[in-house]
Design a protein around this ligand. Structure first.
Ligand SMILES: C[S@@+](CC[C@H](N)C(=O)[O-])C[C@H]1O[C@@H](n2cnc3c(N)ncnc32)[C@H](O)[C@@H]1O
Length: 244
């Protein structure tokens, strides 16, 4: 991680420019699924090697399915840092609804994308019609309050800086999907990771697409059991950490 820069490009950019005036671009990735390119951060919301494969591999398979593997549960709470396009949520809702799991999903997002932009992702082609329709038709309201999208899924997108998020909820799984540490070092500090790990239940699982020596050291110093898992396409490894 690059901790040399002490001011995030995104924070600096958004102090001066509202996100609704930014020219986001829809980009097609290697597996044919789309992502968004942030014009000022100059980073995609997902891997160029495949947005869908990255979401499925890092968050669904290495995070959620890993957590569920040895459990027989009916209730599940997930926190996502960096909700963005909602792709991780959409895949999770499809999966958990099919499994009849009662899902409470909280996404933290400081700079929500517009419905118009979300519709251009074509993610409606990647999930069931019901999942897409309930998501897109409730999106603006979900930014203001939690909404029960179907009998199994409650979604809230907290429109706030993740660093000031407070809740009494504890989560089973945390999807950590911030921009890279070179662009947003403030979301990869020990202070912020500790803030997020405090929201994880004992036995809960934290996953992210990246792995670095700094991140492993931070996790270990917080008492987490760190695992190097195989990475998504184009990355050798990713980080999974379990709260013990
Ligand atoms: C890599 S993208 C997330 C991709 C997203 N999970 C998806 O599936 O589209 C990082 C996200 O973090 C958001 N973000 C940046 N700084 C933030 C902050 N301080 N608090 C909350 N969200 C932030 C960005 O606006 C962006 O949506």
């Amino acid at each position: 991680m690059d901790h040399q820069r002490n001011k995030s490009q995104l924070t600096a950019i958004n102090q001066t420019m509202p996100t609704n005036s930014l020219q986001y671009t829809v980009v097609t990735t290697a597996d044919g699924s789309n992502t968004i390119f942030h014009p000022l951060v100059k980073e995609n919301y997902h891997s160029k090697n495949g947005a869908l494969q990255e979401s499925n591999h890092v968050f669904l398979n290495s995070g959620l399915r890993y957590y569920l593997a040895d459990k027989n549960i009916t209730e599940l709470t997930i926190l996502e840092v960096g909700f963005g396009t909602g792709l991780n949520f959409l895949l999770t809702q499809d999966y958990s609804t099919a499994k009849e799991l009662n899902l409470t999903y909280v996404g933290l997002e400081a700079y929500p994308l517009s419905v118009t932009l979300l519709e251009q992702t074509n993610y409606q082609e990647l999930v069931s019609r019901a999942t897409w329709n309930t998501f897109i038709s409730n999106y603006n309201q979900v930014l203001k309050e939690p909404i029960q999208l179907n009998s199994y899924c409650n979604l809230q997108i907290v429109h706030a800086d993740a660093r000031v998020y407070k809740t009494d909820l504890k989560f089973d799984v945390i999807y950590f999907d911030a921009f890279a540490s070179s662009n947003q070092p403030e979301l990869w500090t020990k202070e912020f990771i500790q803030h997020i790990i405090n929201l994880l239940k004992t036995g809960g699982v934290f996953v992210t697409y990246a792995i670095t020596g700094d991140l492993k050291r931070i996790m270990k110093s917080l008492g987490m059991k760190v695992e190097k898992a195989p990475g998504a396409a184009g990355k050798r490894e990713m980080l999974r950490a379990v709260k013990i």
